[in-house]
Design a protein around this ligand. Structure first.
Ligand code: MLT
Length: 270
């Protein structure tokens, strides 16, 4: 079914699909890898009145156009700033990104920081890839080009969801699997190269001077609680929230708990 809140915008030499609903203070939801804006479905539905929800598909994902080669996190951050311009968003936004959406938050903050009034960093990392992790992404790129996206779905799903969620939540797991299967292999490969090349942002965390919420699933195996705690400690005044019994996809696995934390934070910064 077509979502009438999703429109197509052409900026930065590319076509972007973007969910845009509501009026008021803007909040930008930036999805993880290899997903699209629909991972935020439970948050988009629960946003209190007075907020405008903007949730794009990043370059190479969902219904947005694909660029082959490498798509850097900086490119994605610049895409988001261009999209906000095109949508006429002139108020500062709350930036809410998960995992790769968090990797994009760092260059967004560096290059377009005046646009952000607050940050919500979910299940993400500030460190760069280790050489082994970057090598792993290269291998995955080779596999996906040879064998298609099912390789990525099979590799990622057990990391994205906590083991108990894989059993307990067949529908959300299936929805995420379908999203991955439908993603263009070139988009996946370009983002893998971009993530492998992303710089370390750890040393810059103390310079973040806007209200920041750091959220992590208790059993996240990609961005662990310890790593997220370190990020929260490094950002002055940041608040850390741990969502019990879930993994990397905290907003999907436990939308009620996640939304409660998010809405409380929005009340504070709004
Ligand atoms: C994500 O959820 O965006 C990915 O797990 C990020 C990554 O592969 O490092």
């Amino acid at each position: 079914m077509t979502d009438t809140n999703v429109r197509t915008v052409s900026v930065a030499g590319n076509r972007f699909a973007v969910y845009d609903r509501g009026q008021g203070k803007p909040i930008l939801f930036v999805h993880g890898f290899p997903l699209d804006h629909r991972m935020w479905i439970a948050q988009l539905a629960a946003l209190p009145p007075g907020w405008r929800a903007i949730a794009p598909d990043l370059r190479g994902f969902g219904a947005s156009g694909v660029t082959s080669g490498t798509v850097s996190m900086r490119q994605m951050a610049d895409d988001l700033a261009a999209l906000l311009d095109a949508l006429g968003v002139d108020q500062p936004i709350v930036y809410c990104g998960l995992s790769m959406g968090g990797y994009v938050a760092w260059p967004f903050w560096k290059q377009h920081g005046r646009r952000a009034r607050a940050l919500v960093l979910c299940d993400t990392r500030a460190a760069a890839d280790s050489p082994e992790a970057a090598q792993g992404r290269k291998k995955m790129s080779e596999h996906v080009l040879r064998a298609g996206t099912s390789i990525v779905a099979d590799a990622m799903l057990p990391k994205l969801f906590a083991p108990a969620s894989l059993e307990r939540l067949p529908e959300p797991v299936e929805r995420i699997r379908e999203t991955i299967l439908a993603t263009d292999p070139q988009g996946i490969v370009a983002a893998l190269a971009g993530m492998a090349a992303r710089p370390d942002f750890t040393g810059e965390l103390p310079n973040i001077r806007v209200p920041t919420l750091v959220v992590v699933g208790e059993h996240d195996s990609i961005s662990t609680v310890d790593e997220m705690r370190t990020i929260a400690h490094a950002i002055p005044g940041a608040q850390l929230e741990i969502i019990p019994e879930v993994g990397h996809m905290a907003p999907v696995e436990s939308p009620t708990a996640f939304n409660a934390v998010l809405v409380r934070f929005l009340e504070r910064v709004g």
